[in-house]
Ligand binder design. Structure first.
Ligand SMILES: *Cc1c(COP(=O)(O)O)cnc(C)c1O
Length: 354
């Protein structure tokens, strides 16, 4: 039976990417060796890194003022690394708390400066994106989590401010065009919408760096990795290569503007069914609904049918739609590589189930 991969992360990758990735494990770039056993200093891998950095900039429309890095330690390490590199002791950075990942970013940043939490949606289990808060003009940066993987909320516009935004885009990177001018830094763990677990994409504007007085351990200093083009030490060769394959695929699809259209169409299919079908209801505020992680539960009075629906999904090859334990219910992750065909199969199941 064909499987439909709705897992939240690690998550679905495009079929041609998986094929090329498998090929490279056997033999890479005509070298007669596997990509798993070659030097990270080889000219073949240097070309991968260079193309991956250039393609990231091209897809996102980043100018030469940005540096692109492929690091390790997950998005979770960027929670502290960003503050350590960008925020001096005594300075203030602002955060908006939109759920688990933001909460963790706030906790780690507090080691390095004054952290002001401007708004939080904790009061209603993070089912909306707070709006209408004041952003102090002297803040060093404003940290946002653009897509909240667990709660199924996503920013559809940015707050109005001149303060540079530092953004965790782990679960919606490359899903839509961005306005690069608004960002001081962007980071994303690869394993949601880009590649396998093991590398974290970091894009930082050069003028954000070199302004703190603290001593930074070599490996945790962005400038170390900038100077060595992400090869100061052994980078995660294979995850970076698979990220590059995904980026090439994105370009073939027409870039991230085409992806946005594709994702909007998929989101409409699924949310229309959730709203129409009396058996189900969405959990996120309508105006903040995520196009990457669609969260829903059984509607009032139908709570006892959750197990039966899960069973139906399993029998039909729908994988990974169990909701995160902090929300319950269901979560259909519909990243770039998810096809409309798979969404259609889930929608039909929901229709038949009722
Ligand atoms: C998954 C996720 C993280 C954590 O990523 P790791 O690479 O596991 O550290 C952080 N932020 C968001 C938005 C995520 O979805």
């Amino acid at each position: 039976m064909k499987k439909h991969n709705f897992f939240a992360g690690p998550a679905i990758l495009p079929a041609p990417v998986l094929e090329q990735a498998a090929e490279a494990v056997k033999e890479f770039a005509g070298m007669g060796l596997s990509i798993l056993e070659i030097s990270h200093r080889s000219k073949q891998f240097a070309a991968v890194l260079e193309e991956a950095q250039a393609t990231t900039k091209e897809l996102l429309g980043l100018g030469d003022d940005f540096e692109v890095l492929f690091l390790t330690g997950g998005a979770s390490s960027q929670f502290f690394m960003s503050a350590m590199n960008l925020l001096d002791q005594g300075e203030t950075a602002c955060y908006v708390d939109t759920g688990t990942w933001s909460t963790k970013a706030i906790k780690e940043a507090k080691h390095f400066g004054n952290i002001e939490v401007l708004a939080s949606s904790k009061d209603s289990n993070f089912n909306y994106i707070p709006k209408g808060y004041e952003i102090p003009a002297n803040a060093k940066y404003l940290h946002l989590t653009s897509n909240n993987t667990i709660y199924g909320t996503q920013y559809h516009s940015l707050p109005d401010t001149n303060v540079p935004i530092v953004c965790d885009m782990s679960s919606d990177i490359f899903s839509r065009p961005i306005n690069a001018d608004r960002y001081g830094m962007i980071y994303a763990g690869a394993q949601k919408n880009l590649g396998p677990a093991g590398t974290t994409l970091v894009m930082v504007r050069k003028d954000m760096l070199g302004k703190v007085n603290r001593e930074i351990p070599t490996m945790l200093d962005y400038n170390t990795h900038i100077k060595k083009a992400s090869a100061f030490n052994t980078p995660p060769v294979y995850p970076i290569y698979v990220c590059l394959l995904t980026m090439r695929w994105l370009k073939e699809q027409g870039g991230i503007a085409a992806m946005q259209k594709h994702n909007e169409e998929k989101g409409a299919m699924l949310y229309n069914e959730i709203d129409r079908n009396p058996m189900f209801k969405g959990t996120a505020a309508k105006e903040d609904r995520s196009l990457m992680n669609v969260t829903f539960v059984m509607n009032d009075g139908h709570e006892d049918k959750a197990d039966a629906f899960m069973q139906t999904c399993q029998e039909n090859g729908i994988m990974g739609i169990k909701g995160h334990r902090s929300v319950g219910g269901f979560r259909a992750s519909t990243y770039n590589a998810m096809s409309k065909e798979s969404i259609g199969i889930l929608v039909d199941l929901m229709k038949n189930f009722s």
